[in-house]
Design a protein around this ligand. Structure first.
Ligand code: ZN
Length: 500
């Protein structure tokens, strides 16, 4: 009995080594590979990905999992291994249905399409990307036909990123947000806006890196189990809970962007650094639910980072590292980091109008997969929705439909995760306040580590072993609801913009 489990563990260690190579190559390509070195690195990633896929769908693995699923063997496993065996068996059953030659051409198309998207974005020419987008949409439909034959395509895609989610639940949540937030944002836009002219200036990237280190340490990121790199689009990646890496991008004219990217990615990283060590490099480890993951990064970025009290213990230190902020009071800084504007780019949006950027993308994806809107009509639909939600029209596709990379590698159904994360945050905030007390006081007194500890204990340590719905039920004891987030927004912004 023991032998089968030992054999499985050995086999998983082998797969884990392939995954390490893939993660390392990706990290390298995103942070430091020179332009001329790109092709060979991409080749190597293709090779190791195909090998890892072959190992994780092999007959040998299938046989091991079947043996361990037999009652007597299964009953002798501890809870962690019960979870791992069950989860791996489910994934393998799904993946095995994908024909190997289809999988290979899908991976190849992802790479080709990514290149086409970059070129299209640089030239602001949607027609360069359109044929690849069309092909990826078709291949995505075919792929979900293999993996989830009983599910409607878009629901299958949503479920891939946030298990248990479907468009019926999301429709309900997003409609409620729209109903409450559209009038709120309209009132804010008409109200008196903060003066941002004092923030203009040159901010040395090296100084910004020092601020980043200060902020990451302040929120609880461990540099013994983490590293920082520089990239075009910030992201977090991890080998295990002992090696979690964040990246950032530094703008010379804007110091605030990198501060909040650091806090956001730091939130993802703190999550991964606190997953139970025994789950490392198995399906129980690194959290695979994107809504839950984004809830943690966005909790640090928005709920904590955009709270004035978050800055009380560190603002002076930030100013000493960035003397350009010397004449800016904490109050002025606080107003600026919560400056609500109708803007084109999702990544630069404030936390309130950000909701509309996601709702727009969700509706676009439904138009693609439900209403079968032809690809060439998508830019027009995008611009109409920008007008509807934000009353602005992009002057070209680069600042419109081409701005995000998600669709270029077939990540359809990912976008709603960001807003689901914020919806969960509203609920977590209420629960934390109930259990730990007033969050403003905790932050002001420099006790942020108490909040991090609460998140570690209630959410992070479980990694992937609880589905999003289980997390919400067990942490909050309630059904998912957008109401707490709406209450948070109203309370904060009515005061900030003196609306009442
Ligand atoms: Zn994120």
């Amino acid at each position: 009995m023991k032998e089968t489990l030992e054999e499985l563990k050995e086999y998983l260690e082998k797969i884990a080594k392939y995954n390490r190579v893939i993660i390392l190559l990706n990290w390298d390509m995103e942070t430091c590979t020179p332009k001329l070195g790109f092709d060979k690195q991409a080749d190597a990633i293709g090779y190791f990905s195909a090998e890892a896929f072959r190992l994780s769908t092999s007959d040998k693995l299938e046989k091991l999992l079947e043996q361990l699923s037999e009652k007597e063997e299964y009953d002798s496993l501890d809870e962690t291994w019960k979870f791992i065996v069950k989860r791996m068996k489910r994934d393998l059953d799904k993946d095995k249905r994908i024909p190997a030659d289809f999988y290979e051409s899908y991976v190849r198309e992802q790479a080709v399409s990514g290149n086409a998207w970059r070129e299209a974005k640089n030239k602001s020419d949607f027609s360069i990307f359109a044929p690849h987008l069309e092909k990826l949409i078709e291949m995505t439909k075919e792929k979900t036909g293999y993996t989830d034959p009983d599910k409607e395509v878009y629901d299958a895609l949503l479920d891939q990123y946030e298990e248990g989610m479907n468009s019926e639940i999301i429709d309900g949540l997003f409609e409620e947000l729209k109903k409450e937030l559209i009038p709120l944002v309209q009132k804010i836009i008409q109200a008196k806006q903060p003066d941002d002219s004092k923030f203009k200036g040159y901010y040395d990237p090296d100084d910004q890196k020092k601020v980043q280190k200060l902020l990451l340490e302040y929120i609880g990121f461990s540099f013994d189990a983490g590293a920082v790199g520089e990239t075009e689009h910030p992201f977090t990646t991890n080998f295990s809970s002992k090696d979690v890496r964040v990246t950032n991008h530094y703008y010379e004219q804007d110091a605030i962007s990198a501060m909040f990217s650091a806090i956001h990615e730091g939130g993802h990283a703190i999550f991964e650094q606190h997953v139970k060590e025994e789950f490392d490099e198995t399906v129980a480890g690194s959290c695979c639910y994107m809504g839950i993951h984004e809830s943690q990064s966005r909790f640090y970025e928005n709920i904590l980072g955009r709270n004035k009290n978050f800055w009380v213990p560190v603002y002076d230190k930030v100013v000493s590292l960035l003397p350009q902020l010397q004449n800016i009071s904490l109050d002025e800084f606080y107003r600026e980091i919560n400056h609500v504007r109708n803007s084109f780019i999702r990544c630069d949006a404030d936390e309130l109008t950000y909701c509309f950027h996601i709702i727009l993308r969700y509706e676009m994806e439904k138009a693609i997969f439900r209403d079968h809107v032809p690809v060439e009509e998508l830019p027009k639909l995008w611009n109409e929705k920008m007008q509807e939600y934000l009353q602005i029209t992009p002057k070209n596709d680069a600042e419109g439909i081409l701005q995000d990379m998600h669709w270029s590698d077939g990540s359809f159904g990912y976008f709603p995760s960001y807003l689901l994360g914020s919806i969960y945050d509203g609920m977590f905030l209420e629960k934390i306040s109930e259990e730990l007390g007033d969050i403003d006081t905790i932050l002001k007194e420099g006790r942020i580590q108490e909040i991090t500890k609460w998140l570690n204990e209630n959410i992070h340590q479980y990694g992937s072993t609880r589905t999003p719905q289980e997390v919400i039920h067990e942490v909050c004891g309630k059904e998912v609801s957008a109401k707490p987030l709406i209450r948070y927004f109203k309370e904060k912004y009515e005061k900030l913009y003196e609306l009442v």
